[in-house]
Design a protein around this ligand. Structure first.
Ligand code: FMN
Length: 208
């Protein structure tokens, strides 16, 4: 699908069909999401793919009764690092050294620069900053899915504390940011036929 066609086609699905997205398509969408730009490339987030139905049932109790967490083909939870900026930077630099096949100590000056630039943030501020990065990745996932003909519903209507508990995120130094259900729209989902409510460019864009 062409970009605008895909973005008009997509909507926040309320009711999914029982159809399952093929593994290769999900793998491409995860890869597309991982290609999202982030501040200094640090990617302070991960995605939890919840396959286990019993886990999804537990999550339903923390999803404002939105049973699409059960009915969707795939449930992805974006989780951000709570480990602090040094840990986020070091995780990234290890990967950079690996990808570029260079010793980690060649990146010491860059490390010092990053810590100097970002180290002034308190840990709650780092987490807030990480959430903003995760939302860019969420947007990229939604668009990538739309152009691939895959339906989604981003979900902020969840209790992150409950999600953290069910998914055991605290022990992984992660905390829930936002969820995204993926699958195929149910033909009975009336939401699919509602017109898009968006501001016209003339009310959305201010030129100076
Ligand atoms: C961050 C975010 C969180 C959202 N959370 C929910 C949610 O919990 N449940 C839901 O049904 N829709 C949710 N939505 C969908 C929005 O309500 C929807 O995108 C908006 O009304 C525009 O409609 P459209 O996406 O169908 O064009 C969320 C959207 C975003 C971007």
């Amino acid at each position: 699908m062409k970009l605008l066609e895909a973005l008009n086609w997509r909507y926040a699905v309320k009711q999914f069909s029982e159809d399952i997205i093929p593994d290769t398509v999900i793998a491409d969408l995860i890869r597309a999401t991982s290609l999202t730009p982030s501040c200094y490339g640090l990617q302070p987030y991960q995605i939890i793919q919840v396959n286990d139905r019993s886990v999804r049932e537990k999550l339903l109790a923390h999803a404002w009764g939105q049973d699409k967490v059960l009915e969707c083909s795939h449930l992805l939870v974006f989780a951000v690092s709570t480990a602090g900026i040094e840990s986020i930077v070091d995780r990234y630099l290890r990967q950079q050294a690996h990808i570029n096949d260079e010793p980690i100590n060649a990146l010491e000056d860059f490390r010092a620069y990053l810590i100097r630039t970002l180290g002034g943030k308190s840990n709650p501020q780092v987490i807030e900053w990480a959430h903003r990065q995760a939302y860019i990745a969420l947007g990229n996932l939604l668009t990538s899915a739309a152009v691939s003909g895959i339906d989604t519903c981003p979900m902020e209507g969840i209790d992150p504390v409950g999600f953290d508990q069910v998914l055991g995120l605290q022990s992984l130094d992660l905390t829930t940011s936002v969820a995204c259900t993926l699958g195929y729209r149910n033909t009975e989902d009336m939401q699919a036929h509602k017109p898009k409510v968006r501001f016209a460019n003339s009310d959305f864009l201010r030129e100076v």
